[in-house]
Design a binder for this molecule. Structure first.
Ligand SMILES: Nc1ncnc2c1ncn2[C@@H]1O[C@H](COP(=O)(O)OP(=O)(O)OP(=O)(O)O)[C@@H](O)[C@H]1O
Ligand SMILES: [Mg+2]
Length: 349
């Protein structure tokens, strides 16, 4: 009984103190009414009665305002606590009273942003650990191979003329893969940390395509593939980072050669009034449609064994995508399994 009494008197006081934030407004109105009353009626006893009734009225009004205010504050507090404790799955669950709709809207927006931020952080965290796992795995493969060949040589194979040169060549090939992988990793990390400095200028696009063709002519010949270049016009100049674009051509042309068994690898440059469209086409194994949007992901390879046998790690197209995007452009790809693939992008001229 005593408890309920003290409880309700506590509540009463808390409602009053909660509405006391409006004391200035109350004071102003009280003084205003008392002055009017004084002007109309100067009798002391009625004035006293008036003041007492105004005080009682004030207390009653303050009580109801405080009660309502506390209820609203409790609602807000409980919503904030629920957000803090991750109790909401969707913003729809956040509901405030009808007179707090604008606040409800703001809280929903805040909740949505926080949820997105958290999801992004979790995704990044996952990507980071996946990246680390991939990197370690890719490093381990050539290192183990080199270790294996060297150990066999040290254990006597060095004197066996049938295998010693072969083992040394294999060890050497693996050190080349390792160094290629490290270069690609350095490129990717520079690009993704925003440290890749681009140096844009006009240059003759035919020159770099011819140079890349020269570089890979032998590999294409050993596979009996014809390398065809269809230049738009010999003098065509494009605006971009020459060395980075050389890397793009190298990766795309090398992929076309790697993933083509017979037929041809063709580079075409088409022109419109403002752009040059570059197309790298092959008659190779093609890419299944379900993989088309994944081939630009880091470390993604359709056939891991095949790619690795060719010394690939699945970073080439990720680098291509970044470089072309840094030119404010986009890489397009179309492909038919068994018939071939076509990669294209636009450059400013
Ligand atoms: N022209 C193509 N024809 C068929 N498949 C391709 C072609 N280009 C890329 N791919 C597929 O896309 C995957 C990713 O290509 P990407 O160039 O990123 O990696 P990679 O060639 O395997 O290795 P890296 O380029 O790092 O040496 C390849 O493993 C291959 O499966
Ligand atoms: Mg590649």
């Amino acid at each position: 009984m005593l408890d309920t009494d003290s409880n309700s008197s506590n509540k009463f006081l808390s409602y009053l103190s909660s509405s006391l934030v409006y004391y200035r407004e109350f004071l102003f109105f009280n003084i205003f009414f008392i002055l009017i009353f004084l002007i109309l009626n100067s009798e002391f006893s009625t004035l006293l009665l008036f003041i007492i009734s105004i005080i009682i009225l004030d207390i009653a009004i303050l009580y109801f305002i405080g009660k309502r205010r506390n209820k609203e504050l409790d609602e807000i507090k409980s919503i904030i606590n629920n957000i803090r404790k991750n109790k909401y799955q969707s913003e729809e669950e956040i509901q405030l009273g009808s007179n707090l709709l604008s606040l409800q809207k703001v809280i929903k927006k805040m909740f949505k942003k926080e949820k997105n931020d958290i999801e992004n952080l979790q995704r990044l965290q996952k990507m980071r650990s996946q990246f680390l796992a991939n990197v370690s795995h890719e490093l381990r493969t050539p290192i183990f191979a080199i270790q294996g060949y060297l150990e066999s040589l040290l254990n006597g194979a060095i004197h066996d003329k049938n295998v010693n040169m072969h083992f040394l060549e294999k060890a050497n090939q693996n050190t080349i893969s390792l160094s290629n992988l490290l270069n690609d990793l350095i490129d990717i990390s520079m690009i993704e940390s925003g440290e890749m400095r681009m140096s844009f200028r006009y240059f003759k696009i035919n020159e770099i395509i011819n140079q890349v063709f020269q570089e890979y002519k032998l590999i294409a010949e050993t596979k009996d593939l014809s390398l065809i270049f269809n230049p738009a016009n010999d003098e065509l100049e494009v605006f971009g980072d020459k060395e980075k674009l050389r890397q793009v051509f190298t990766n795309l042309i090398l992929n076309a050669i790697k993933y083509t068994e017979k037929g041809k690898v063709e580079v075409l440059v088409e022109e419109d009034s403002k752009h040059a469209k570059v197309i790298v086409k092959d008659t190779g194994i093609g890419i299944p449609e379900s993989h088309l949007d994944r081939i630009f992901e880091r470390f993604f390879r359709i056939d891991k064994a095949r790619s690795r046998a060719e010394g690939g790690t699945g970073l080439g197209l990720a680098i291509v995508k970044h470089i072309i995007e840094a030119h404010n452009s986009k890489v397009y790809v179309t492909s038919t399994v068994g018939k071939g693939s076509e990669f294209s992008f636009y450059l400013k001229k």
